[in-house]
Design a protein around this ligand. Structure first.
Ligand SMILES: [Fe+2]
Length: 294
């Protein structure tokens, strides 16, 4: 089946027809999906009735998987899904909704801040693929902001100022913004900051984009309050409505986005309702700036 795309909302999001993830992809389909990701940055595939294995197979046909190990506050014996998945549900290993004050839930609320997946890893994520297994009765949208358009819209003076800047990213910084600060010694060690360029060049298109994330908490060589105020201004600029696509989920949707040129955030939903979202992630090609491995 030929793969076709149709733009939805702003210029960087499209719906895809002609892909059935219960079956292996042809070489042409794989090529078309990658081309679609270069042309847009968010692709929406509706009505995909897939299980974990099929989601894994689809993801692996597009690239190498990133493992989700030690990136949440779930203890190793509390995982609900294998580490080939990032469990972005609000469910414990017995499929029960987390209590409102559960520490694992409160940490995960960090996903409601604008971010780019795994920007806190030395090699950050390339694509994320999020599949909706069950959704709440209201709320829970995912919003995407297009960092390429946000970069283009900056004044030349700002572009020159940020060209060579390096930020430090950590989940500690994003959680601090929400008042979540009671990290254990082990967690502080695990969430040690990594370095990322603030301006990235997309290898497929050669275009520059802002590489922002709520995980960014400092700029090398800058005083911290000045860096945070500056980053906050950039995020405010980059998430103006003209740069944003809001995805309202249907069960069976799989949304794939390019973390190198978008940010995203989850929106709130009723506390007691399950939201079972399963994310597979494709690993990036390498670090955005040379540094010691984590
Ligand atoms: Fe995310």
């Amino acid at each position: 089946m030929p793969v076709t795309t149709r733009q939805v909302g702003p210029c960087f999001a499209a719906e895809v027809e002609g892909v059935d993830m219960t079956r292996p992809l042809s070489a042409d389909q794989i090529k078309a999906i990658h081309a679609g990701m270069d042309q847009y940055a968010v692709l929406v595939f509706h009505d995909q009735k897939i299980d974990d294995e099929q989601q894994l197979a689809f993801s692996q046909s597009l690239g190498e998987l990133e493992q989700a190990v030690g990136t949440s506050l779930r203890a190793p014996d509390e995982y609900r899904l294998p580490t080939t998945f990032a469990d972005v549900s609000n469910l414990d290993q017995h499929n029960r909704v987390f209590a409102r004050d559960d520490r694992r839930r409160l940490f995960a609320i960090g996903n409601r801040l604008w971010h780019s997946d795994s920007s806190f890893k030395v090699v950050p994520a390339k694509y994320s693929l999020l599949h909706a297994r069950s959704i709440p009765s209201k709320g829970g949208n995912t919003e995407f902001a297009y960092m390429r358009a946000a970069y283009d819209a900056l004044p030349d003076e700002t572009k020159a100022e940020i060209e060579e800047l390096i930020c430090e990213h950590s989940q500690i910084f994003s959680r601090q913004q929400l008042g979540f600060t009671d990290f254990t010694e082990d967690e502080l060690k695990r969430f040690k900051p990594v370095r990322q360029r603030l301006v990235r060049v997309h290898p497929g298109t050669g275009c520059k984009s802002l590489y922002l994330s709520s995980h960014a908490g400092s700029i090398l060589g800058w005083p911290v309050p000045e860096a945070r105020a500056f980053l906050r201004d950039l995020v405010e600029h980059a998430t103006q409505r003209e740069f944003v696509y809001a995805h309202k989920w249907r069960v069976g949707d799989l949304v794939m986005w390019d973390n190198r040129q978008t940010m995203h955030r989850a929106r709130p939903f009723p506390v007691n309702e399950p939201r079972d979202m399963r994310r597979t992630t494709l690993a990036g090609d390498g670090p955005t700036v040379a540094q010691a491995a984590a």
